[in-house]
Ligand binder design. Structure first.
Ligand SMILES: *[C@@H]1O[C@H](CO)[C@@H](O)[C@H](O)[C@H]1NC(C)=O
Length: 303
């Protein structure tokens, strides 16, 4: 009798600790690269570390770059990723973070953040673009107001029915509004995956290919952590189109604030500040390129 009740107790203890362990791995799912992402190329140049893959690194050497993408597709949402870019002499390297639908269709949608490295001490360039129905040519480029290689910073894309917004540490860099009303197509029907890669682009990224990647500094490495995807998958969207709550990969049910995300007064001030001091290229101001007339969306307010 005594023996059997103590073994029952032991059994209970085992059950409880298994449940506790499961609960804690669930919270570790928070931002677990192994769960949400898969490698696209680069073999062991894609590495995950920490409790169940909370940090990821990509590296680039003479032979190959590397990359990963989400396992799931998304329609609208907010996508946050913390990155620490390649330090030192990173000229010729390009780190990307983008959303893209199936590129083989010829009419794909894409929302791009790209980070163009530079020689030591010179600033990175952040390159942004929006493709809709296969048409891009909407570049804006910026320098940053901090060194993106010293610490992790948060790069976000907000994508809803009204706009696409690019943010760096919550400061909006760029807003691309839905101008379907004047005949500009807007990404909204094609589910997208989130992608990231680190590759060599010294044929174009460095002042038109003038500066070459210095392979004696290889491997080049960028680090990722604390991603969060707050969105709905196409299946979930179909199953419950009216759902207000959405699930984010940090395990929280959210109210889906990204659905109505827009510039507030603070955001508008920050955007003006960035565009005034840090924007280095704007397709809507490139007269040489658009001598036949600017794209339609350029006629509308910058914000
Ligand atoms: C590299 O630095 C130079 C000098 O500051 C700058 O003009 C250029 O835009 C930078 N290039 C890239 C690719 O970031």
């Amino acid at each position: 009798m005594a023996i059997s009740s103590s073994s029952k107790l032991k059994f209970l203890v085992v059950i409880v600790s298994v449940l506790l362990a499961l609960a804690s791995t669930n919270t570790a799912f928070g931002s677990n690269f192994d769960v949400e992402f898969e490698r696209t190329f680069g073999d062991n140049r894609v590495k995950t570390f920490g409790h169940g893959g909370q940090i990821l690194s990509l590296s680039l050497d003479k032979y190959s770059g590397s990359g990963f993408r989400s396992k799931k597709d998304y329609v609208f949402g907010r996508f946050d990723m913390q990155l620490k870019l390649v330090p030192g002499d990173s000229a010729g390297t390009v780190t990307t973070l983008y959303l893209s639908s199936d590129q083989s269709t010829g009419t794909h949608d894409e929302i791009d953040f790209e980070f163009l490295g530079n020689v030591s001490g010179q600033p990175y360039t952040i390159h942004t673009n929006v493709f809709s129905q296969g048409k891009g040519n909407r570049e804006q480029q910026f320098h940053l107001w901090f060194d993106p290689t010293k610490n992790f910073h948060t790069y976000s894309i907000v994508w809803n029915t009204k706009l696409i917004m690019f943010l760096v540490d919550e400061t909006p860099l760029r807003v691309f509004r839905n101008h379907e009303d004047i005949g500009v197509s807007f990404p909204k029907n094609q589910p997208m995956k989130i992608y990231s890669s680190l590759w060599n682009a010294d044929d174009w990224a460095t002042q038109g290919g003038l500066v070459k990647t210095d392979w004696s500094k290889a491997p080049f490495t960028a680090y990722y952590r604390n991603f969060n995807i707050d969105s709905t998958t196409p299946r979930a969207a179909r199953a419950d189109a009216s759902a207000v709550t959405t699930m984010s990969t940090n395990g929280k049910t959210t109210l889906g604030a990204w659905r109505t995300h827009d510039l507030d007064a603070w955001g508008r001030r920050r955007l003006r500040w960035v565009q005034k001091y840090f924007m280095i290229y704007n397709y809507c101001a490139d007269l040489k390129r658009f001598s036949q007339g600017f794209p339609l969306e350029c006629k509308h307010s910058r914000f």
